[in-house]
Design a protein around this ligand. Structure first.
Ligand SMILES: [Zn+2]
Length: 379
């Protein structure tokens, strides 16, 4: 739009929504509740206040649905596990979902869509990635208590080894007494990272996550070997992180108790960084191994890392050919008519408060909502 062009109606609507949007509604709603200033913040963060605002924001039945993405759960906030949600926050979020939303399994959502039926209002599906043990020990009892379905996307190696490579990096940097990490085997050459303080260590973990995730498996394993040996005198084979990931027995029990199981590859690589044959192997075999060892069907898939560049058309086609019914990305958004079932958007649930989560869902890009066609099964 040029600076002097008149504002079109949809732009005016967007601006108005921004000004009077989610927070405006939430403040008006909470100011109508007696209790004074002292109660305002707890009310703003309560499941009821946030759920009422969500209810007012999206009161009608709709054909869009939000898939919420979690990883692990921690008892209390932990800087080493910033991607995990603290248990009290998860509990509040789940209470809000049960009272104000329609939480369905992924299969139930696609069954309704296949039959051309409308989705219930504020339709939500819950997902937990990777296979962290806390998904079973902390999240699953809460989900059962609230009677909410959820899908656990398991990486085979997480269950086999008890860790994924980012956990190994985190462990080595957290436990070492060395003040400096020197790596010689990165493709970019020598890398030196200071490890004297907690912020330096957390920055080193973030830097290594970014560098290693883009490497093919063999190169990544070489760097991991060097890192574990120089910081902890350990080899990968001897690295044990007890209680971090689910065991096969624990995952089998969760499946038997009703948690849906999805596949998340074998080694958790970025699928666009490896050959098509390797990607096919990761996708097809992860499904076969999980179905065999957990004795359950595994109809859904989640792309590791899951940004738009991590799942190309070829990768989506591989997921479809492997017989999956859907595949989730980690790209922020809510799904609507026209969304490919092999490029499902998700909203991260790792938020500080239930208010932030509701706000994220209400304000997330509505992918494909304006399209005339129904959800397409094609990639
Ligand atoms: Zn993952």
């Amino acid at each position: 739009m040029t600076p002097n062009a008149p504002m079109r109606s949809h732009e005016r609507t967007a601006k108005t929504r921004h000004r009077t949007g989610f927070l405006g509604r939430l403040h008006r709603l909470t100011s109508a509740i007696p209790g004074g200033r002292a109660l305002k913040r707890p009310l703003l963060n309560s499941a009821t206040a946030c759920g009422m605002t969500y209810w007012l924001s999206e009161p009608r039945p709709t054909d869009s649905f939000a898939v919420i993405m979690y990883h692990g759960v921690v008892e209390r906030p932990n800087p080493w596990y910033g991607f995990s949600i603290p248990a009290p926050i998860l509990e509040t979020q789940l209470r809000m979902f049960r009272r104000f939303c329609s939480v369905l399994s992924l299969d139930d959502i696609f069954d309704l869509l296949d039959r051309g039926r409308p989705l219930p209002p504020r339709c939500v599906a819950l997902t937990f990635d990777d296979g962290y043990r806390s998904s079973g020990t902390i999240a699953w009892p809460m989900l059962r208590r609230e009677r909410l379905p959820a899908t656990l996307f398991c990486s085979v190696q997480a269950l086999d080894h008890g860790w994924l490579w980012p956990d190994a990096v985190r462990h080595a940097i957290r436990r070492t007494s060395r003040p400096l990490l020197v790596l010689e085997r990165l493709p970019e050459g020598r890398l030196t990272l200071p490890l004297s303080t907690l912020p330096q260590r957390l920055a080193a973990v973030a830097r290594l996550d970014m560098l290693l995730k883009r490497l093919p498996n063999a190169a990544k394993e070489r760097v991991l070997d060097e890192l574990l040996w120089s910081l902890c005198g350990l080899t990968r084979e001897r690295l044990v992180l007890p209680g971090l990931m689910l065991s096969w027995d624990e995952a089998r029990l969760l499946a038997a108790e009703g948690m849906d199981i999805g596949a998340h590859t074998i080694t958790h690589p970025i699928l666009t960084n490896i050959s098509v044959d390797e990607a096919r192997h990761e996708i097809v075999q992860s499904r076969r191994i999980l179905e065999e060892r957990l004795r359950t069907s595994v109809p859904h898939f989640a792309y590791p890392n899951g940004t738009a560049r991590d799942c190309s058309d070829t990768i989506r086609q591989l997921a479809r050919e492997a017989g999956f019914r859907s595949a989730c990305m980690a790209v922020n958004g809510v799904n609507g008519p026209g969304t490919s079932l092999f490029a499902l958007r998700r909203v991260s649930g790792v938020r500080l408060t239930v208010r932030d989560l509701v706000r994220a869902i209400v304000e997330a890009p509505r992918h494909g909502v304006q399209a005339a066609s129904r959800h397409r099964a094609a990639v």
